[in-house]
Design a protein. Structure first.
Length: 465
């Protein structure tokens, strides 16, 4: 079945059960813009729906832990009032499609996460895994990824101080590109939901680059789906980075923080404005009213769903008290960055999106889009190599897992993915080395309903129900 023949929610990577959950939350069918918003926020990349049950088993508290899960990055106290802020994540699938930009924007995104916590980024580390360099494509990926990491980092003045590179056959089709950033901040100046108190009426100020069509649906197309043959067609979903604009964004953001101008700060990466606005409002315990007509665009004729899900790089969203707006604009002007008030926090938990293109009603009105995300409980299968080693042990019997099939979840006869019985079938043997792969959210989720690219714009541009 072609992607055009699938129901729209399946084209967007949502299962039938997830659609039912959205309808129950809203009390009605979602319109197309709302469906696009839920699809990116409920992607594996943003919601960790198949990995969160495992992540919750890890230790997250301790006497030196200042910030644990739930923020843009973690932070630990290293003494003398100094905090070390850090985060690691993967940008594997974008790098497999367009290695230079995929790796470069991975660096840009992780750096903005550190800045959004109020810290200055000082170092990058990159654990990388590729297929053997005897194959031409692996050499192309290797060269592009290394150049992308170094090129972006050098332009923003953040050095790559460590990492590792390993090679194994399973990574020929899908390299692992992990990016870690470390930053330094005064512990008292960290920006968290607990340290800053936003309030109803506080403004949402978008500053930095303008919004284009690059990266639309990236968290669903590249970060949360498996790569199939012909995945090069997903190249338009790879974001395009501008490290010189990022450098200005870093310095302006740190100036705003030092000046006490902000009640909150979040970068725009995966899921774009949808993620930044909904998560900022959720952390503040409020809803938000968003005006898409106020968003600076670099391309004419962009539809609401395109503006909401664009992953154009080098953008930040600040929560600003109205009395501080002039100061924020002055700082951004000094660094040559545009600003736009695109919304405000409102009482309650509803995100209302307005657009001149939506006649007679809001373009979208969602609730709990950043909360109550679904959870995939996956059954486990013993790793192939471990099964092979133990197959001759008298107390164990092991059945080798077939390596001839691509990884995909079990689907019931009705065609609905059953979250309680999803069984992963590895396509190849695991990596032979002991190298750690720290953030595997992009490779942890697969769905037989997720095509290699988003639906055509025609599908989403039809008049909303």
């Amino acid at each position: 079945m072609s992607s055009e023949e699938l129901a729209l929610h399946r084209q967007l990577g949502l299962t039938d059960d997830e659609l039912a959950q959205i309808e129950a939350t809203l009390g009605r069918e979602p319109n197309r813009t709302e469906l696009a918003m839920y699809s990116v926020m409920w992607s594996e990349h943003c919601s960790y729906k198949s990995s969160k049950i495992h992540l919750r088993t890890l230790p997250t508290e301790g006497p030196a832990v200042l910030v644990g899960p739930g923020q843009d990055a973690g932070a630990v106290d290293v003494g003398d009032g100094i905090a070390v802020v850090f985060k690691i994540e993967s940008h594997s699938h974008p790098s497999a499609i367009e290695p230079y930009q995929g790796a470069a924007t991975g660096v840009g995104g992780i750096v903005r996460d550190i800045v959004s916590m109020g810290a200055r980024p000082v170092a990058l580390l990159d654990p990388l895994l590729f297929g053997p360099l005897t194959e031409e494509r692996n050499r192309w990926l290797f060269t592009g990824v290394v150049a992308g990491i170094g090129g972006y980092g050098n332009c923003i003045g953040v050095p790559t101080v460590g990492g590792e590179i390993r090679f194994a056959d399973p990574h020929t089709a899908d390299p692992t590109v992990d990016v870690m950033c470390v930053g330094i901040a005064d512990a008292a100046d960290l920006i968290t939901a607990q340290s800053r108190s936003a309030q109803a009426g506080s403004l949402m100020v978008l500053y930095g680059a303008s919004t284009g069509r690059d990266g639309i649906g990236g968290v669903s197309v590249l970060a949360s789906a498996t790569l199939e043959d012909g995945a090069e067609g997903s190249r338009p979903s790879v974001q395009i980075g501008d490290p010189f604009a990022e450098k200005l964004l870093i310095e302006a953001s740190l100036d705003l923080i030092a000046g006490g101008c902000l009640e909150g700060l979040q970068d725009l990466g995966g899921a774009g404005i949808t993620c930044a606005v909904s998560e900022s409002a959720t952390r503040a315990g409020m809803g938000a009213s968003l005006d898409l007509d106020a968003v600076p665009l670099r391309e004419p004729g962009m539809e609401p769903f395109e503006i909401l899900t664009s992953e154009s790089q080098e953008r930040m969203l600040a929560i600003v008290h109205p009395s501080k707006l002039d100061e924020v604009r002055a700082v951004c002007d000094r660094w040559g960055l545009s600003t736009a008030v695109i919304g405000e926090l409102t009482p309650g938990g509803t995100l209302t999106v307005r657009s001149s293109g939506a006649v007679g009603s809001p373009a979208a009105r969602t609730t709990r889009v950043a909360r109550s995300t679904p959870v995939f409980v996956c059954s486990s299968i013993e790793p192939f190599r471990r099964a092979s080693r133990l197959s001759s042990h008298p107390s164990r019997t092991s059945t080798p897992v077939s390596r001839s099939r691509a990884a995909r979840p079990a689907v019931s006869s009705s065609g609905r993915t059953n979250r309680s019985t999803v069984a992963w079938r590895p396509a190849t043997t695991p990596v032979a080395s002991s190298a750690g792969s720290s953030s595997t959210s992009e490779r942890a989720s697969s769905s037989s309903t997720v095509p290699p690219s988003w639906p055509s714009s025609r599908s989403l541009r039809k008049t909303s129900r």
